[in-house]
Design a protein around this ligand. Structure first.
Ligand SMILES: *[C@@H]1O[C@H](CO)[C@@H](O)[C@H](O)[C@H]1NC(C)=O
Ligand SMILES: *[C@@H]1O[C@H](CO)[C@@H](O)[C@H](O)[C@H]1NC(C)=O
Ligand SMILES: *[C@@H]1O[C@H](CO)[C@@H](O)[C@H](O)[C@H]1NC(C)=O
Ligand SMILES: *[C@@H]1O[C@H](CO)[C@@H](O)[C@H](O)[C@H]1NC(C)=O
Ligand SMILES: *[C@@H]1O[C@H](CO)[C@@H](O)[C@H](O)[C@H]1NC(C)=O
Length: 444
C-alpha cells in the first residue's frame, strides 16, 4: 500500500518536477551574470569598466530623454530600465539554452519565439549580438494556454484570440513591450555549484510564459524572467510547483568585476550573513513591485533628512532615485565633506561629479558612507562603490539622483545593491540586505 502511494506520489511529482530536491534541501541556485561580464554574449569587449557603467547610465537615461522631448506631459518622464543581469534557462524538450534578463520589477516570464530561421548567435565581439529564439514546433512539451484560465486572467491586458488562446500584451514602465501567446513549457535550470553525484539540473513542467513574437524596446537578452511579487512571476510559479517557498536572493557583482554570482531559490535564498537587516514589504500600486519604506538618510553618523516614503527595490534599474527632499540635503552634505576637485558631468542626470584623475586609489577619495534607514529599524549602509560611479576615466559621479529627473517613483537601483546579498521573501513579506563580497561568494 505504502509503496503504491509512493509510486502514485512519484508519478504526480514526477510530472511537476524532476529534480534532486532533497539533495538540494528545498532550494537551488543558478548562475547570475552581469550583461557586460565576459560570460555574457551581450558583452562588448571593446569597452573598459567605466565605459560600461556610463553605457549603462546612458541606456537608462537615453529613453527618458527621447520620451520627454516627444511628450506633452512632462510629468510622465520615464527612465528606461536597463536590465543588466541575466540568468540561463533551458526551455522545452529537447531543451533550448537561452539567456534571459532577470528582473525583479515585473512579473511575466517571456522568451523570444520563432521558427528557428534566425537562430545563430553572433559572436560576442559583433557590434550587436543577436538574440536566440525558441521554436515551439520543435518541442514535445510545448502547450498553449486557453484564455479562460486563471493564468491568463493573471496577465494584465490579456485577450482571447479566434481560437480562444490567451493573447498577451505586456508593457513596461518605459514603453518597452512584448506580445504573443501565453504558453506552457518545461523550464530546466542548470544548478550552479552542483555537488558531486547531485542533480545538475532542476526541471519544472508547465511553466506559464509568454511566447513572444513581437518585442520592442531595449531588451538585450533571449527573453526575460519576471521575478516580481505577482501571481505569474517565476517566484510564484516555482513555489506552486516545488513548495520551496516564495523566496529568492541574489548577490550583484559590481559592473566592473569580471565574475558571475548566483541567484538562489527556496532555502538557498536565506540571507544569514552577520549584520543582515530585514525590512517589511508594504503594499504597492503595482503588484509586481517589491516596495519598502525609506524613513531617513544619514551621511556618516549625521542624519541629513527624514521623509517617510515608499521605495522600490529593483534589479533592472541602474541608478537610485530618491525624493528631491532627500537628495538636496544629501548632495549638500556630501559636497561639504568631499574635498576632491569638482568635474563637469558627462550626463544631464548626474549632478555631483568629481575629478579623481589625480587620486586613483578609492581609499583617498574620502567619501563618507550613506545609510538608508528603512522601515522596521533596518539600516542599509551604502559605501562609496554604491553611491558613486566612475563614468569615465577620472570622473566620479553621485549615482543617487532625484525622482523629479526621472521616474517620479523612488527606486533602489542595482549600483546601490552591488556587493549586497539581497533576499526577497514573499511568504514572510520582507526584504533582507547583507553586505557581501559577491565575486568571492560566487560559484565561479
Ligand atoms: C520562419 O519564419 C520566417 C520569418 O517569419 C519565414 O520567412 C519562414 O518562411 C519561416 N520558415 C518556416 C520553415 O516556417
Ligand atoms: C574574464 O574572465 C575570463 C575567465 O573567467 C577570461 O577568460 C577573460 O579573459 C576575462 N576577461 C577580462 C576582460 O578580464
Ligand atoms: C533557511 O531558512 C529556513 C526558515 O528559516 C530554514 O528552515 C532552513 O533550514 C534554512 N536553510 C538553510 C540552507 O540555511
Ligand atoms: C501609489 O500612488 C500614489 C499616487 O501616485 C502615490 O502617492 C503613492 O505614494 C503610491 N504608493 C506606493 C506604495 O508606491
Ligand atoms: C582633472 O584634473 C586634471 C589635473 O589634475 C586635468 O588635467 C583634467 O583635465 C581634469 N579632468 C576633468 C574631466 O576635468
Amino acid at each position: 500500500m505504502e509503496a503504491m502511494i509512493a509510486r502514485v506520489l512519484l508519478l504526480i511529482f514526477g510530472l511537476l518536477l524532476t529534480c534532486g530536491c532533497t539533495v538540494y534541501g528545498g532550494g537551488f541556485s543558478v548562475e547570475f551574470i552581469h550583461r557586460d561580464s565576459a560570460k555574457s554574449p551581450f558583452h562588448d569587449p571593446a569597452l573598459s569598466p567605466h565605459d560600461r557603467v556610463l553605457a549603462a547610465v546612458r541606456r537608462s537615461t537615453a529613453r527618458a530623454a527621447a520620451l520627454t522631448s516627444s511628450s506633452d506631459d512632462v510629468g510622465s518622464t520615464v527612465i528606461s530600465r536597463s536590465f543588466e543581469y541575466l540568468m540561463a534557462v533551458n526551455v522545452g524538450t529537447p531543451p533550448r539554452h537561452l539567456l534571459a534578463i532577470a528582473d525583479t520589477g515585473s512579473d511575466l516570464v517571456w522568451i523570444r519565439c520563432g521558427n528557428g530561421s534566425a537562430d545563430h548567435r553572433a559572436p560576442a565581439a559583433a557590434a550587436a549580438p543577436t538574440p536566440v529564439s525558441f521554436d515551439p514546433s520543435g518541442s514535445k512539451t510545448f502547450g498553449r494556454v486557453s484564455c479562460q484560465t486563471d493564468a491568463c486572467q493573471a496577465v494584465p491586458d490579456a485577450t482571447c484570440d479566434a481560437d480562444s488562446n490567451c493573447q498577451y500584451l505586456y508593457a513596461y514602465g518605459d514603453g518597452s513591450r512584448t506580445s504573443g501567446l501565453l504558453s506552457t513549457e518545461t523550464f530546466t535550470f542548470d544548478v550552479a555549484g552542483a555537488r558531486e553525484g547531485g542533480s545538475r539540473q532542476v526541471s519544472v513542467a508547465n511553466v506559464n510564459f509568454g511566447c513572444s513574437t513581437v518585442a520592442t524596446g531595449t531588451f538585450e537578452g533571449d527573453g526575460l524572467v519576471g521575478l516580481g511579487a505577482g501571481a505569474i512571476s517565476l517566484v510564484t510559479q516555482l513555489d506552486a510547483a516545488t513548495k520551496f517557498g516564495r523566496k529568492f536572493s541574489y548577490c550583484l557583482v559590481p559592473h566592473s568585476v569580471n565574475s558571475s554570482s548566483t541567484i538562489n531559490f527556496g532555502a538557498h535564498a536565506n540571507v544569514s550573513e552577520p549584520g543582515a537587516a530585514t525590512t517589511p514589504l508594504v503594499n504597492s500600486n503595482d503588484s509586481a513591485y517589491y516596495t519598502v519604506t525609506l524613513e531617513s538618510v544619514k551621511v556618516g553618523e549625521r542624519a541629513v533628512a527624514a521623509q517617510r516614503s515608499p521605495i522600490i527595490v529593483d534589479s533592472g534599474t541602474t541608478l537610485t532615485f530618491l525624493d528631491e527632499a532627500l537628495v538636496s540635503p544629501l548632495v549638500e552634505e556630501l559636497s561639504r565633506r568631499i574635498t576632491l576637485p569638482r568635474a563637469q558631468s558627462p550626463d544631464k542626470l548626474l549632478h555631483l561629479c568629481y575629478n579623481v584623475s589625480g587620486a586613483q586609489d578609492p581609499q583617498q577619495w574620502g567619501i563618507p558612507d550613506v545609510t538608508l534607514e528603512l522601515g522596521g529599524g533596518a539600516a542599509v549602509t551604502l559605501r562609496a562603490e554604491n553611491t558613486f560611479v566612475l563614468v569615465q576615466e577620472g570622473t566620479l559621479c553621485l549615482g543617487l539622483v532625484s525622482t523629479s529627473d526621472g521616474p517620479q517613483l523612488a527606486i533602489l537601483g542595482n549600483i546601490a545593491q552591488q556587493n549586497f546579498h539581497v533576499g526577497y521573501d514573499l511568504d514572510a513579506r520582507t526584504v533582507t540586505f547583507a553586505a557581501a563580497d559577491c565575486a568571492r561568494t560566487s560559484s565561479s
